[in-house]
Design a binder for this molecule. Sequence first.
Ligand code: SAM
Length: 319
Amino acid sequence: MPRSPANSTLGPLLHKLTQKLGDQQAKNELRWMVDHVRTKLTHPAAHPTIHKAARVWRDQPADKAERMRLTQVQWAWLRQAVRDRAHDKPLQYILGKQAFGRATIFTRPPVLIPRWETEEWVLRLARMIGDSGEKALRVVDMCSGSGCVALALKLELGGLVDVLGVDVSEAAVALALENRKANHAGGVRFKRLDLASREACAELTKEGPWDMIVANPPYVTPQEYVELDPSVRDWEDKRALVPDSDDPMGFIRRLAELASEVSCHTLPSCLPRLVVEIGGSHQVEATQQAMHDNGLNATEVWKDMAGTDRVVLGYSKPK
Ligand SMILES: C[S@@+](CC[C@H](N)C(=O)[O-])C[C@H]1O[C@@H](n2cnc3c(N)ncnc32)[C@H](O)[C@@H]1O
């Protein structure tokens, strides 16, 4: 069977990706890249890095670009994207965005790429809040990163929630602010704050009191970190994964202490006061203990779609 010109042009790119990702994943990712380049990069000015890539690839024959009806600039982007992917750059950084609930989150290294596990519990929590009948809830998203959690809650719940996201990373806060603008979620605030610092409690109290604290904290140990895939280790901020203290449970305890100091106590007992994402069942007991030690007398664990213990919710129930 004669090969189509389009396939013969894409062939080397697919081959390179297949070596890295295997057959099916390579096909999927190349298709997403082509879709992206077709819909987004219709003009050379659409993306500044394209010009750089175009210079790298300018010697490529123009007729190849013709075959896919892509401009040479688009071809240059595609080749660069495949090269980056072969060097473990996550696809979400290449495409520059990731859906998260109703939000479209722009992604940029080294700010953590939003994960499906997080999206899952955030949407479940939003449904829980919506069903509770509460009319006004003040929420802090501790460790807000790209802003995905704060923005998804706002887009799901609208005027029902007032959300503040805090993060130690300047790059993360800058990206969260861009994401706020892109998602027209003007009411959500983001600020830089080191939750391990002495000032954290005073800063949050100044803006409080808060009804609910949610967090996807760094919960990876240094030992687990060295085992992570290079696409994570080489591209995403280590601080987003491993806390500065190297002690994930110490950091979660700190969040529970902060939560107890800055929370008000008017929330109905059907809603959690503190919601913390964890790495799995090995962190459940210590997280529950941290919550109990800080005045939350009931806890619940949510599993993710893969069956892993993913979130611990702490409540204050009437005795
Ligand atoms: C696992 S990421 C979560 C990001 C985002 N919420 C998400 O779900 O994609 C953890 C975040 O915690 C932030 N972080 C780490 N240490 C912190 C600290 N001491 N104070 C505040 N934020 C911190 C990191 O910068 C990172 O953005």
